[in-house]
Design a protein around this ligand. Structure first.
Ligand code: ZN
Ligand code: ZN
Length: 255
């Protein structure tokens, strides 16, 4: 069994759980410890059961909760050298901090993962391809452009977790200052609904069983817009599609 629980996605904080037969893996933790514990109990899991932590990049919405989380739960953590330096986490400290590199394969027994580089305005940003029990999960959120490498990593995944950050018109008409608008829409910012849709169109296959729309902006997107975009491209009615929530668990998917 492989189960996916998105506890929270977006600029208010990110935390994604993947449960395999023997492991519970957390991707990012941008939540307060109190909120994290509250959300994980809502999906009937426990903080103490998490075995591994994977980090995507150093933006606050992804790592804000990491120091306190690790203090309370010192578990093996997989992180790029750049982001670890930013967080002042040392390789081998407590035997737990492991530097990982893009394009390398890491085998942890009942699951394996491959980080891959995403174009985003952090020191280094990873997407992750995770495999367990023959199930492939492709995660790519917080990216400004979806290039060939992202497509080749995600293609063939049974679950696609892809950024649908903003509606371009809502962004243009938003109260954000001009430099912020430019940053979000830039090649190192975030994917719009249209860009997310294009990425999906290149990655969806007969293997696709589930699609999560990730990192929706509270100010410049709505679930309806994101889902409408996605459904312009997802024709198979059997595919599970979920627009993820801010600070609230999304519908789980179980393989
Ligand atoms: Zn983010
Ligand atoms: Zn980011």
């Amino acid at each position: 069994m492989v189960k996916i629980d998105v506890l929270s996605s977006g600029s208010s904080g990110n935390a994604i759980l993947i449960k395999t037969k023997k492991s519970l893996v957390l991707i990012d933790n941008g939540l307060s410890y109190k909120k994290f514990k509250e959300l994980i109990s809502m999906v009937n899991l426990e903080v103490g059961k998490i075995n591994y932590l994977l980090i995507t990049h150093e933006h606050d919405d992804h790592i804000k909760g990491v120091p306190l989380f690790l203090k309370n739960n010192p578990i093996p953590t997989f992180i790029s050298r750049n982001v670890a330096e930013y967080l002042k986490l040392k390789n081998g400290s407590h035997g737990l901090i492991n530097f990982v590199e893009a394009e390398k394969n890491y085998d942890l027994g009942d699951f394996e993962f491959t980080p891959f580089a995403l174009p985003h305005d952090a020191s280094e940003t990873f997407g992750y391809l995770i495999k367990s029990e023959g199930i492939k999960i492709g995660y790519a959120a917080d990216l400004g452009t979806a290039g060939e490498n992202t497509v080749s990593k995600l293609k063939g995944s049974n679950c696609l977790m892809v950024e649908f950050n903003h509606d371009l018109d809502m962004l243009k008409n938003s109260f954000y200052p001009e430099p912020i608008k430019l940053r979000i829409a830039s090649k190192l910012g975030h994917l719009s609904n249209d860009q997310g849709k294009k990425l999906l169109s290149k990655c969806i296959s007969s293997e696709t069983l589930a699609v999560y729309l990730m990192h929706l902006s509270k100010e410049t997107n709505t679930k309806e817009f994101a889902l409408l975009s996605a459904f312009e491209m997802i024709f198979d009615k059997k595919i599970f599609v979920e627009a993820t929530n801010h600070i609230f668990p999304s519908r789980p998917f179980v393989f």
